[in-house]
Design a protein around this ligand. Structure first.
Ligand code: ATP
Ligand code: MG
Length: 400
């Protein structure tokens, strides 16, 4: 008798009615997609609980995959066994014996959901606990307050009983796809991939957009952003990246605007284009890696001047975080090493000596009258290259 399924826990308490159904369906779909490459896996619902049926697969690699799925609060490798006292005792013993050396104390907690089973929970705890003590190494002890291993015995029906150990914590959050679609402004830096990860945690589906100024910025800078998009698929499933040709706009801005305003105006163009691409792709909000006060250009005045060109909500998941905290997440999600590669970004290429830290909207508007804003935006949108990224697969390229 071995672990044959994984019991999944999710934030069901706050969910009701149709929301609950959507949440569960999406979660199941995301888990199936994540486990696609394992043969014989099944995700199913029994007695109001979600399970992964392992088939012939070992539990550990599947648990590793589950740790990347938003919406899962926790999970436990479990054994589904016949509801029979002797079978239950043996299964509980197997569970205890399969633990590492750190486990020295245990507690049995029995739940009898089907009252037709003739033995009460308290008596079951004693019977199973006694069996474990009598048949395992002598160094195991019972600790009802703070056990190393909690042996759960759930008698669901006269046929099925579940035996499982400690809860392994999951990522929490909401299943990707339950909160609509957003467009992430993805640079090659540290912050925007983290912002994308945190947006995914709230259940959005991600599209990404990158502004590329070839030949001012190299193909390798673009490749870096493609690598980051690929890395985010680990949590987000399929991610569509829109690469915007930005060279002409940057050249025009540099030709016609004061140097101190180039960054602000460039950002205003980014937002206009991002809004157009978002609308074309049914995304409801933009996401950026902006953090207040991190660099001179990230002031409230600067945000105001930049925001003025769009009515779309802009989510800034890292706005309240310190750089060190953002770096910690980027390391956890494995984007850090890619983000710190030295290839230049379109913003750094044209960085003015003294960027305006408190830019004025009216000055921006006046400067922009020298540019053919609408046409430049339209051309950039028309020139977008679309690249789709899938978890663990090669990207597929198409031109729209
Ligand atoms: P990051 O670490 O994400 O690059 P940052 O701290 O360097 O952020 P900025 O360079 O001021 O901050 O950029 C702020 C945000 O603007 C970025 O987080 C990103 O969302 C967006 N952004 C900047 N440059 C680009 C680009 N070339 N393409 C797409 N989005 C960009
Ligand atoms: Mg940057």
């Amino acid at each position: 008798m071995n672990v044959n399924c994984i019991l999944l826990r999710y934030g069901e308490l706050s969910l009701k009615g149709k929301n609950k159904k959507d949440f569960e369906e999406r979660l199941v779909r995301n888990i199936r997609q994540k486990l696609e490459h394992f043969a014989g896996i099944k995700v199913s619902k029994h007695f109001g609980r979600l399970f992964i049926e392992l088939g012939d697969n070992p539990a550990d690699p599947i648990i590793e995959e589950c740790k990347d799925v938003f919406g899962l609060v926790g999970f436990s490798p479990a054994m589904r066994v016949q509801t029979d006292l002797e079978v239950i005792k043996e299964a509980a013993l197997r569970l205890l014996q399969s633990q590492g050396d750190q486990v020295k104390t245990f507690k049995v907690g029995c739940k009898r959901a089907d009252k037709r089973f003739p033995i009460g929970s308290q008596e079951m705890n004693q019977l199973v606990g006694g069996h474990l003590l009598a048949n395992s190494h002598s160094h195991y002890k019972v600790d009802v307050r703070n056990p190393d291993l909690f042996v759960h015995v759930e008698i669901r029906s006269m046929e099925d009983t579940y035996i499982y150990g400690n809860d392994i914590p999951g990522l929490g959050g909401l299943p990707v796809g339950t909160s609509g679609r957003v467009l992430l402004l993805l640079s090659g830096g540290i912050d925007s991939p983290v912002a994308g990860y945190l947006a995914l945690k709230r259940g959005v589906e991600l599209h990404a957009i990158h502004f590329h100024s070839y030949p001012f910025t190299s193909e390798r800078a673009k490749q870096k952003v493609m690598d980051l998009a690929q890395q985010l698929t680990r949590f987000g499933g399929k991610i569509r990246l829109h690469v915007v040709p930005f060279t002409e706009i940057q050249t025009e801005i540099n030709k016609h605007c004061y140097e101190s305003y180039t960054i602000t105006i460039m950002r205003r163009f980014m937002l206009r284009i991002a809004e157009a691409v978002a609308k074309k792709n049914s995304a409801l909000a933009l996401v950026t890696g902006e953090s207040l006060g991190q660099v001179a250009s990230q002031t409230l005045e600067s945000m105001t001047a930049i925001n003025a060109v769009t009515h779309m909500p802009i989510l800034r998941p890292v706005v309240g975080w310190d750089k060190t905290e953002i770096i910690d997440i980027s390391k956890e999600i494995d984007t850090y090493e890619t983000s710190i590669l030295p290839y230049e970004d379109c913003c750094t290429i044209f960085t003015p000596k003294a960027p305006k830290t408190r830019p004025d909207v009216e000055v921006c508007e006046r400067l922009e009258t020298k540019l053919n804003v609408e046409q430049l935006v339209q051309e950039a949108v028309e020139g977008v290259e679309v690249i789709d990224f899938f978890p663990q697969k090669e990207e597929e390229v198409s031109f729209f």
